[in-house]
Design a protein around this ligand. Structure first.
Ligand SMILES: [Mn+2]
Length: 575
């Protein structure tokens, strides 16, 4: 309602011009899709496995441990859990004699492969530790493992520091000097590349049985981890997700099926479902329950055992939501008080005792959305030390600000990237940290807020919203980070009705000047400004912006407009 409307800039040349629906043409052009080849999802287009540095050495190392004991050390989030499940499944299918895994509780043992985790791991007597989605900054842990005579293979996608840990082999597309064609793989994408290479080596040596499933079977895991980790869905990642969604739709694996069932996902899964329904349930285990539940579920082939874990994760997810809501309410109140009615201040920093460290990242993300500026939420321990998380807006690098705050002694620990950061801070230093972030980030925030607007891909009338149109737009899918879902405007439509529905959503019906109707839903809008504005607009004319989806209900398919913003409008003249 307060946003400036901007037509999404089209960087791609319109090489597909003339053969496409005009809306789709515009959608492609704005996403840099210039040729049919850019739309090709076939696995033949994947970058050759041998081109990722470290892969030949990692294959050699893994094969040397095939008859020994391999321990996979994962991470609790969806990328870490899918990576862990993928490597365990792939190595077992490749005839490895002993493959075990460990997903440590991060709040207890810290991030990466810490010396504490190595002590825990050593009890399982591994000959080789394989880290997935972590390890690239674990200098002390890697040294501790090697002192015990344990080999270490690091597979990770996080940015490395100048000095690398002394691992036996490292595979990471973000290593300095890497010439691999895609730096944006998730941890699970890196793990997939290593496993594909192992499988190929064994196949060509005639060491795999033809009955064993190939690695392409594991793309459902790659898709889930890739979407949940919010890496850009371009190039390689887009192909992974497209293939993985097809695999998920076959409903073949017990773990995935029970996860989709507890999430009440009845139709065919889309990218959105992976990010907002499946990912959070996997994450819930690590945030507030047992860290390894997600990985266990994704490895489970017995439907009854899988259903049990999925139900537990679903319960934890509801508990997580309740904790998050309560924390968010307190954090919002604190932010509003700090910003004042004029909403002054470039950054929001909230902190309190009693907050759960497992939800501060989610709360920071919501605060950032609500206040359109970088936001931090810090859970304070009674001892006066806080664990916090920050989330940023496009164009403001909070990772760099956090590293500077560490260098200046304002933080005990801290790290991250442009859009997300983690911090450890003394309660006594909070005021000084707030002032530092305010000064450091204010210029970038001002520029970013001026540049922000609602990016539109096109406009249609309700009478033109057919299932065909939705299918046409969806040819540019899978949407997500780096390949944003097309935002379409419905200009000058009448609000036939607008009412609260379900869990704080708004159900809306819009009518076009030529008499067409479309049903719309606005997620979580009921308690927001948008919900109030919708109710105030009943019977009036508005411009609406949102995206199209297919609503499936009792075997019937209907167009659903997912409304995200409105502005008042005059009715079209001459009607
Ligand atoms: Mn990751």
């Amino acid at each position: 309602m307060t946003l400036r409307i901007v037509r999404r800039p089209a960087s791609g040349a319109l090489a597909l011009s003339g053969r496409l629906h005009p809306v789709l043409e515009r959608v492609y052009a704005a996403r840099g899709v210039c040729s049919q080849a850019d739309l090709d999802h076939s696995l033949l287009r994947l970058l050759p496995v041998g081109t990722l540095e470290g892969i030949p050495a990692s294959v050699e190392l893994l094969l040397a441990h095939r008859m020994r004991r391999v321990l996979v050390v994962g991470d609790f989030d969806a990328d870490g859990a899918t990576s862990c499940a993928l490597v365990v499944r792939a190595l077992r299918a490749c005839g490895f004699a002993s493959v075990d895994f460990l997903v440590p509780n991060r709040f207890e043992f810290g991030y990466g492969l810490t010396p504490e985790i190595v002590t825990l791991a050593a009890a399982r007597m591994p000959s080789l530790i394989v880290t997935v989605d972590n390890g690239i900054s674990s200098h002390a842990g890697v040294a501790a493992a090697r002192e015990r005579g344990i080999d270490v293979l690091i597979t990770d996608h996080h940015l490395p520091a100048a000095q690398l840990p002394d691992a036996s082999v490292i595979v990471n597309p973000n290593l300095a000097g890497s010439r691999f064609g895609s730096r944006s793989l998730a941890g699970v994408g890196v793990a997939f590349y290593v496993m594909a290479a192992v499988r190929r080596a064994l196949d060509s040596a005639g060491l795999t049985s033809s009955a064993a499933a190939g690695v392409a079977e594991l793309l459902d895991l790659v898709a889930l981890g890739t979407v949940a980790d919010v890496v850009p869905l371009t190039g390689l990642n887009r192909a992974f997700v497209a293939k993985g969604l097809i695999a998920l739709r076959r409903r073949e694996r017990a773990g995935h099926v029970s996860l989709m069932d507890v999430a009440r996902l009845s139709g065919p899964p889309e990218t959105w479902h992976l990010g907002f329904l499946l990912g959070p349930r996997i994450n819930a285990g690590g945030r507030i329950g047992r860290a390894d539940l997600g990985a266990r579920l994704l490895m489970e082939d017995d439907p009854i055992a899988a259903a049990k874990i999925a139900e537990e994760l679903d319960r934890l997810n509801r508990e997580r939501q309740a904790i998050e809501q309560q924390t968010l309410a307190q954090a919002e109140a604190e932010a509003i008080a700090a910003l004042g009615v004029e909403e002054k201040g470039a950054v929001v920093v909230t902190a309190a005792e009693g907050w759960h460290p497992g939800v501060v990242g989610l709360v920071a993300a919501r605060l950032k959305e609500k206040f359109s500026r970088p936001a931090f939420a810090v859970a304070l321990e009674p001892g006066g030390i806080g664990t916090g998380s920050g989330r940023s807006i496009a164009g403001v690098d909070i990772g760099r600000a956090v590293r500077r705050a560490v260098a200046e002694g304002l933080l005990l620990k801290g790290g991250g990237h442009a859009m997300a950061a983690g911090i450890t801070v003394r309660k006594a230093a909070l005021a000084e940290l707030r002032a530092f972030l305010e000064t450091t980030l204010a210029p970038d925030v001002a520029v970013a807020q001026r540049a922000s607007g609602l990016l539109l891909d096109g406009a249609v009338s309700a009478s033109g919203t057919t299932l065909d149109l939705v299918a046409t737009i969806n040819r540019a899918a899978p949407f997500g980070a780096g390949n944003p879902e097309p935002v379409i405007a419905l200009p000058a439509h009448t609000v036939v009705y607008a009412e609260e529905a379900g869990q704080a959503h708004m159900r809306v019906r819009l009518k076009s000047a030529d008499g067409g109707y479309v049903n719309a839903i606005s997620f979580r809008a009921a308690s927001q400004k948008l919900g109030a504005a919708l109710i105030a607009s009943r019977g009036r004319h508005i411009h609406a912006a949102g995206s199209f989806a297919v609503d499936r209900w009792q075997g019937e398919e209907r167009v659903q407009f997912r409304l995200t913003d409105i502005a008042p409008a005059e009715p079209f003249a001459g009607r």
